[in-house]
Structures are given as structure tokens and as C-alpha cells.
Write a protein that binds this ligand. Structure first.
Ligand code: SF4
Length: 368
């Protein structure tokens, strides 16, 4: 079923930036206090205490770089225990974050599910701002920190709550599905959220012959290609996945016909047409674990190949390296700052959060 309609802004909006609060000024800093900054040194003790963590990433991080990361890794893990904090990290985080300080890793859906089960009082979200908002929506009584609140997303920036209200006026009675890559303001206006793992299931769960799907036009097209439900899409796009081209994938394939290509559904349709498998980041990781290809291109954000390579050193990854500049704002020094100064706290208007929670929980509770 082709797309019924494509709605959206004529020009891309600039990324939303959230102005960081000064260190120690948040309600979280007043509640939990500010800790002294740990001493960051590389010596034999630090080398010994962190050796088991370096083992996890030695396939992708050269030994010469570990003395830079290790003092931060040690300090973050100690402070995390002291604060009773938990770190959630997205699959696009760099290997030293993903493998050495995170308590839970995964795609947006897995992180949303973990966020709803977390017992700790403090959540540090290593990902972009909408992910930290989702954790706060699901845990209104907990303190959610993001190491750099300027970590935005081109998809989340492409649409506002007001845009959703206008869509509802234009298509009265048509249910609205929002990809989780949206602000709390947008989630508050829609019927249900989805991720790339469950988008088709969510669209078909609504029992409607037409659905508004936002904000990713390419994920909308992918879903439309798999269902009889008519899809009205928004014209947003991920600035990372939109950069891949079918030509470059054909070039890789011609240079090695045995090469496997797996792609994320945020890519344009002609790119997906070149792929042997299309799925969410979690689906792509499972595909590699299960199929153990000799050589593979993962058509998604570049750090994910590093993280899978760390786990599966026998698989060779061909890397067209498209990095997400927003995900890369999260670094070990900023995570440490978060835990020392209790910044940057994610705050959502409680009325918006209550409405947004309904659409996120409706997704999380959807039976598999
Ligand atoms: S990779 Fe794309 S969808 Fe993911 S955070 Fe970056 S811009 Fe947003």
C-alpha cells in the first residue's frame, strides 16, 4: 500500500537545543548534593582494576587509548554505585560507554522497557534528549539526567505538538502513531508511540484502515510497504540514515558479492531495496549474532558496528562511517560531570508528561 499523503514543513527546522543549566543549580543537585570531582589518574592500580573492562573492547579500542578512558570509567562506576544510579545507553553510544559504564544497553524500545522497570533513584541517559524524556515520562518520581541536554535529533526537531493538532484538524478521527523519536510535547498529542522494532505491529493494532504516522517519512514508507493500512506520513528524516545511498551499497556489493548488507528502516526505500535484511538496531544486532556473516555492512550509525564488533571479533565490518553528531555529544567526561554535579536534569511539565505517558505505556504494554 503506497503512502496516502505526505505532510510536513517545506524546510527542515534547526535542531532543538536545550540550554544547559549551570553545574549544581538543579533541583537534583539540591536534593542529592554535589560530590567532589574524583582524581583522574592512570597508574598500575587503575590498570589492574579496569583490565576486565578493557577486555570487552580490545577488538575496537587500541591499547594506547585505554589510559585516557580508564580513569573516567573507574570514577563513573564508583560514583554510580555511591549515588545508586543506573546508566542506560543506546546502541549508538561509543564502545567505552556502551561496554564499560552502561548498566543496560539497547534500542529505544529496550531502553524504554528498562526505564519502566528501573529501581534506582537516578537514571543517567546516554542517548539523545527524546530518550531521556521518555525515561522521565515513565519515571516521573525519579531523577533523570542527560550528560549533554543539547543532544537533539533531526526527527524530533521536525515536528511539534501544534503540528499534530493541525494534522488532527485536517484528518478528523484518524489515529496518530508517533515514532519515539519525538518530544514529550508531541507524544502528549498522539494516540500511541512506536519504535522501529514494533512500528508495523502498532499501526495494525489500531484497527483503523488509515493511520497518521510521524515524523519519519522513510519508516512510514517501510511500514506502508508491509501493510494494507493506508498511511499518512510526516516529512521528517534522520540526518544520519538519509545520507546512505543505493549506489554506495551496490559498489560495496560489486567489490565483494559475498558481502551481507543489513539496514535500518530510517533509510530511504532505494537503500532498503539493496539490503539482505531490514530491521531495528536490536533486530540488526540479533541478525548478526544469529547469522555470523564473514563480512557485513550495517547501514546505520557507525558506532553500532564497533559495539557488535567488540562482541563478535570474528565478523568483519565494512564501515561507511555516518556518525550521529547528537549521540556523539555524550562522552565519558560529561557522564562523570552528570554524576558529580547532578546535571543536566530532565524536567517535563507534569500535565504534558501525564498525557505523553499514556501513548508511551500503550506501546510498552502492547503484547508481543
Ligand atoms: S541517528 Fe538519526 S534518529 Fe538517531 S538520534 Fe541521530 S538524528 Fe536522531
Amino acid at each position: 500500500m503506497p503512502l496516502l499523503d505526505l505532510q510536513g514543513p517545506v524546510v527542515n527546522r534547526p535542531p532543538v537545543t536545550h540550554v544547559p543549566a549551570p553545574a549544581g543549580s538543579s533541583a537534583a543537585a539540591r536534593k542529592f548534593g554535589v560530590k567532589p570531582m574524583p582524581e583522574l589518574v592512570w597508574n598500575e592500580d587503575v590498570a589492574r582494576e579496569t583490565a576486565h573492562l578493557y577486555e570487552r573492547i580490545k577488538a575496537v579500542v587500541p591499547a594506547v587509548e585505554w589510559p585516557i578512558f580508564a580513569p573516567y570509567v573507574k570514577a563513573i562506576n564508583e560514583l554510580k554505585r555511591e549515588r545508586n544510579a543506573v546508566i542506560l545507553a543506546h546502541n549508538y553510544q561509543t564502545p567505552e560507554i556502551y561496554n564499560c559504564v552502561a548498566d543496560f544497553v539497547g534500542d529505544s524500545l529496550q531502553l524504554a522497557r528498562e526505564a519502566s522497570k528501573v529501581k534506582s533513584e537516578i537514571i543517567v541517559q546516554c542517548g539523545v534528549h527524546f530518550m531521556a524524556e521518555t525515561s522521565k515520562i515513565l519515571n516521573p518520581e525519579k531523577t533523570v539526567l542527560i550528560p549533554d541536554s543539547r543532544a537533539g535529533c533531526s526527527l524530533a526537531a521536525s515536528i511539534t505538538g501544534e503540528d499534530v493538532r493541525l494534522l488532527r484538524d485536517r484528518y478528523p478521527g484518524v489515529p496518530v502513531v508517533a515514532y519515539v523519536n519525538t518530544s514529550a510535547d508531541v507524544k502528549a498529542e498522539v494516540d500511541i508511540c512506536c519504535t522501529s522494532s514494533n512500528a508495523l505491529q502498532v499501526v495494525e493494532s489500531l484497527g483503523s484502515d488509515t493511520v497518521i504516522f510521524l515524523p519519519d517519512q522513510y519508516l512510514a514508507k517501510y511500514v506502508a510497504s508491509q501493510t494494507k493500512v493506508k498511511i499518512i506520513a510526516w516529512k521528517g528524516a534522520c540526518e544520519v540514515h538519509e545520507r546512505f545511498t543505493a549506489d554506495e551499497l551496490r559498489m560495496y556489493r560489486e567489490s565483494d558479492p559475498t558481502l551481507q548488507i543489513i539496514a535500518h528502516p530510517e533509510c530511504p526505500p532505494d537503500v532498503l531495496a539493496e539490503a539482505d535484511y531490514t530491521g531495528s538496531t536490536a533486530g540488526m544486532i540479533d541478525w548478526v549474532r544469529h547469522n555470523r556473516p564473514k563480512r557485513i555492512v550495517m547501514v546505520t550509525e557507525c558506532s553500532m558496528a564497533d559495539n557488535v564488533q567488540a562482541e563478535l571479533p570474528d565478523v568483519e565490518f565494512v564501515r561507511p562511517c555516518n556518525l550521529c553528531p547528537h549521540m556523539k555529544r555524550i562522552t565519558l567526561p560529561k557522564i562523570l560531570d552528570s554524576l558529580v554535579y547532578m546535571k543536566e536534569e530532565v524536567v517535563i511539565d507534569p500535565m504534558v508528561a501525564d498525557k505523553a505517558r499514556r501513548s508511551v505505556e500503550r506501546m510498552v504494554n502492547l503484547q508481543n
